[in-house]
Design a protein around this ligand. Structure first.
Ligand code: HEM
Length: 403
């Protein structure tokens, strides 16, 4: 007989408000005691095997669609529209979209954008290189991903500010005062959707080398993406592809500022870029967790999770699991890798933009290491609140050698 989850004696895990290392210690302690922990809103798994198993278990559905309801929003029009996001779709509807979209998100299509990535990050560094100091978040990380997403979609580079403003407003969905922010979110989403619909109409006449043209061209057994679906995907790409990348870049560089020897090694051996990206994402990931809810009564590891139970999957916890990674507390960019780091998630919602994000970070990190030798803190790092789903430094003051 499976045991009801509410009847288990479990460690309690709450990392809200904790400093970075304290949160890691708390997760480590919970993971050592039990494979499952109780949280304020449900349960949490922190071992790599369980995080992977829950994310791959199709009976557990994305909890993203629950965010507005948890924030007290009952507007049914809004809910209906938001549920259509790929991030919160499930089953055949989700599988169909992923199938249709996959060819546009291969490493080869990410590689197409590498020259743009190098140019964008190179230009941002040029502006600060002679100064010998910068605030990396505002000077490099914030502005980096939007021109890449514009190029990916096929929008003209001068429109990046429009995209940036839309992204800022749409991101308010993760803020605490969602009820007040709803009109702004809706307005931004509507404008983006109209912009993308116009672009799609243009691309139907005049296809180019960009994501929207690729999406228009995809066809599988006569199935096609509608304009509405493509607009939703463009919004998903903008939403999921900007704040994640900029926070991850800031997390990675913050980490290197604590490990100057590894920074110097990366500058001298840019071929370590790939490993440096994987290791810094493992050690300090910008997405530290995601969440699922039981879509039906589920028995997992002989424990019954009643329908509706919320289970957080700690990606940060999985990344520090000693069962999966040797000496997980050591940051080492030469690490031989048998197990993949978990910051891109797993299962059907595994990050669709992983190849693109990897390319962006692989281009930026060695370039920064070469152009910012002798990297050191130029003041304390200000971290975003621990409640932020996409997390990293709010301010990262750095100094480095010039010339
Ligand atoms: C370092 C940067 C990034 C990180 C850490 C990251 C992380 C993640 C994670 C953890 C998920 C799964 C969420 C879940 O299971 O609930 C996800 C999904 C997704 N990501 Fe990323 N991401 C990054 C960059 C990007 C980029 C650049 C794009 C687009 C170009 C992108 C597009 C998406 C999309 C569309 C999904 C939803 C996939 C689905 O639901 O099937 N991401 N990402």
């Amino acid at each position: 007989m499976p045991q009801l989850v509410t009847e288990l004696e479990l460690p309690f895990l709450n990392t809200v408000g904790m400093e970075r290392q304290d949160a890691i210690d708390a997760i480590d302690a919970a993971r050592t005691r039990h494979w499952l922990a109780r949280t304020e809103v449900g349960y949490s798994v922190t071992r790599l095997a369980d995080v992977t198993a829950i994310l791959r278990d199709k009976r557990f559905h994305s909890a993203l669609s629950m965010l507005p309801r948890m924030a007290g929003i009952e507007d049914s029009g809004y809910m209906a529209r938001r549920r259509r996001s790929i991030l919160s779709m499930e089953g055949e509807e989700h599988a169909r979209l992923r199938r249709l979209v996959a060819p546009a998100f291969t490493p080869a299509s990410a590689n197409r954008l590498r020259p743009t990535m190098r140019a964008v990050v190179g230009e941002l560094v040029d502006r600060v290189a002679d100064r010998g100091e910068c605030e990396l978040v505002a000077d490099v990380c914030e502005p980096y991903p939007i021109p890449i997403i514009c190029e990916l979609l096929g929008a003209p580079p001068q429109d990046w500010k429009l995209f940036s403003a839309w992204a800022t407003d749409i991101f308010r969905i993760f803020n605490a005062n969602l009820v007040d922010d709803l009109p702004l979110i809706e307005k931004a989403a509507g404008e983006l959707s109209a912009y993308v619909s116009d672009m799609i109409a243009e691309r139907r006449q005049d296809p180019r080398q960009d994501l929207l043209s690729d999406l228009i061209a995809v066809e599988e057994e006569g199935d096609r993406l509608s304009t509405d679906e493509m607009a939703m995907l463009a919004e998903a790409v903008l939403m999921a592809g900007t704040d994640t990348t900029r926070n991850q870049l800031a997390c990675s560089v913050a980490l290197f500022s604590e490990h100057p020897d590894q920074w110097a090694m990366l500058a001298e051996q840019p071929e370590l870029a790939q490993r440096a990206v994987e290791e810094s994402m493992r050690y300090l990931g910008a997405v530290r967790g995601t969440a699922r809810f039981a879509s039906e009564d589920i028995v997992y590891r002989d424990v019954l999770f009643p329908a509706g139970t919320l289970v957080s999957t700690s990606l940060a916890g999985a990344n520090r699991d000693a069962e999966a990674f040797e000496d997980p507390a050591a940051f080492d960019i030469t690490r031989e890798r048998d197990t993949a780091q978990m910051t891109f998630g797993a299962g059907i919602h595994f990050c669709m933009g992983a190849a693109l994000a990897r390319a962006e970070l692989q281009e930026a990190l060695p370039l920064l290491a070469r152009r910012m030798p002798g990297l050191a803190r130029n003041g304390p790092i200000e971290w975003k609140p621990s409640t932020f789903g996409i997390w990293g430094p709010a301010k990262l003051p750095l100094r480095f050698e010039t010339g």
